[in-house]
Design a protein around this ligand. Sequence first.
Ligand code: CMP
Length: 143
Amino acid sequence: MEKTFLMVKPDGVQRNLIGEIVSRFEKKGFQLAGAKLMTISRELAENHYGEHKERPFFGELVNFITSGPVFAMVWQGDNVIATARNMMGKTNPSEAAAGTVRGDFAVSVSNNIIHGSDSPESAVREIGLFFKEEELVNYEKAV
Ligand code: CMP
């Protein structure tokens, strides 16, 4: 079963959008396999966003993502990585379609409410950074 890492960023948590966002992915038909409300350390933030290290906005990105609690999640289902990216909308909310999370709730590229893995490799890496294997549920074993 394909899995992806999604995270409600500090702006989304502060604006009480956790329930709205979880609801969208539940209604779509995906399964929540793990979740936690947490504050990200600078070390974890720099690791998670390592591919952006040379970008001029890297410092701002790390400051923002560590500025308050985030809601980290693992979701599973058919084509969940690409479908979740479509449901999130374009990174820049001014280009994100209405009906997407960013299109409906965000205006700023740095404060854009949600993060989602962009490839199978990123999903494995990001899930591993945020979750231990035993923190994820296995629905196949549930009675
Ligand atoms: P995310 O999907 O979490 O991955 C990298 C993040 O960098 C992205 O969302 C944006 O929030 C952020 N980002 C991209 N471009 C800029 C920018 N020009 N200024 C600030 N943040 C940016």
